[in-house]
Design a protein around this ligand. Structure first.
Ligand code: PLP
Length: 396
């Protein structure tokens, strides 16, 4: 069988074997309900409690500020909708960026239908949010700023500390979707003035369907899932004990070797960026070269259809993406690539490769070779490219 080269770690990651191992006893011996009084529920309760402490410590937060959710999308929905409801008496204006994940963007659109007003701040050509535009957008009735920590498509890391400072100076709450950043880089909620933060287990080698929302003490946010008294009355439903335990173990593994992993990923990332930029003509690296996730590579190739590129890479056993997983399958070009100013036809020809430290340099070599070969092949079948080359030849 052909070896798979997995380069779609922004879509999801492999669950760490240590995380799986940590989860197993909570399916078998310790399957009790954490809310039960008897001792069979106690070990589950203790496991949830130490997972909460561990995750809180990775952010410099208190354990009663961590609320487990069914993933990143739920955390984003909760942060936005519940804040909008709780602070409607102060105002109904929300600020976000044009390059957010759909879990935030579509929630904002939902709130607009409910009578809220949302300002979408633009980004520069590298995908960094325009801070002056953000500050100018703040009004007396602004209740929330929601800007992602790092972008899932082009990997740009936003000036979170500066946004936090602005939000604090204006007395506005600040939520950040840190799904791509958490457990990939250091985050301190106090120093960065973050009021709420979303994260998701499966983006850092934990299981799928589990995440958390950090909610700073004192924020009047309501329950999103109504029912029992779990999560201190703010998120009903029997705790996903196995998921929580697996996610916490994955976080622990990640934070134990944050720098080492970052260094390894950057080496693989930079190799790919260098080879593709040097060897494939008419390509463009999307996203900031420096303020960039250590695992993210995103290129646009002129005269190429991203979907065809993905299919041909798949035939070589390479898993990649063109935009976010949720948009593949639709014909609209990525809203992120349009926001950085790419014309439709160039945005369509984009490729995202997101590495993990488990990848090897040999895999990067094979990937660079494959991208080069496939782009050449696809272009050789493109009449547009033929015309373009002919005109270049005539010096036009
Ligand atoms: C994956 C992702 C989400 C959604 O998280 P799920 O756990 O899959 O619901 C939200 N925001 C960003 C930036 C993501 O990359």
């Amino acid at each position: 069988m052909k070896e798979l080269i997995y380069l779609d770690n922004a879509a999801t990651t492999r669950t760490a074997p240590e995380a799986v191992e940590a989860m197993l006893p909570y399916f078998t011996e310790s399957y009790g309900n954490p809310s039960s009084i008897y001792s069979a529920g106690e070990s589950a309760r203790e496991a949830v409690s130490s997972a909460r402490e561990l995750i809180a410590s990775t952010l410099g937060a208190k354990s009663n500020e961590i609320y487990f959710t069914g993933g990143g999308s739920e955390a984003d929905n909760w942060a936005l909708i519940a804040t909008a409801e709780a602070y409607a008496c102060k105002g109904k204006h929300i600020i976000t960026s044009a390059i957010e994940h759909h879990a935030v963007l579509h929630t904002c659109q939902y709130l607009e239908k409910k009578g809220y007003e949302v300002t979408y701040i633009g980004v520069d050509e590298n995908g960094i949010i325009k801070l002056e535009e953000l500050e100018k957008a703040i009004r007396p009735d602004t209740i929330l700023i929601s800007v992602m920590f790092a972008n899932n498509e082009i990997g740009t890391i936003q000036p979170i500390r500066e946004i936090g400072a602005l939000a604090k100076a204006h007395g506005v709450l600040f939520h950040t979707d840190a799904v791509q950043a958490y457990a990939h880089m250091p985050i301190r909620v106090d120093e960065m003035n973050i009021s709420m933060l979303s994260a998701s287990g499966h983006k850092f080698n934990g299981p799928k369907g589990i995440g958390f929302l950090y909610i700073r003490t004192g924020i009047r946010i309501r329950s999103f899932i109504h029912g029992g008294q779990q999560e201190r009355g703010r998120r009903a439903g029997t705790e996903n004990v196995t998921g929580i335990v697996g996610m916490a173990r994955a976080a622990q593994l990640a934070f134990d070797r944050l720098e080492e992993r970052e260094r390894k990923e950057k080496e693989l990332r930079d190799y790919l960026i260098r080879r593709i930029s040097e060897e494939v003509p008419y390509c463009r690296l999307n996203g900031d070269r420096e303020k960039r996730l250590s695992n993210n590579v995103n290129f646009s190739f002129r005269f190429i259809e991203g979907e065809s590129l993905l299919i041909m890479l798949d035939m070589k056993g390479i898993c990649a993406s063109s935009g976010s997983a949720c948009t593949s399958g639709s014909l609209d070009p990525s809203h992120v690539l349009l926001a950085i100013g790419l014309p439709h036809e160039i945005a369509h020809g984009s490729l995202r490769l997101t590495v993990s430290e488990e990848n090897t340099l040999e895999e990067m070599e094979k990937t660079a070779e494959s991208v080069k070969e496939i782009v050449e092949k696809l272009r050789s079948m493109s009449p547009l490219y033929e015309d373009f080359v002919r005109e270049q030849g005539r010096g036009i």
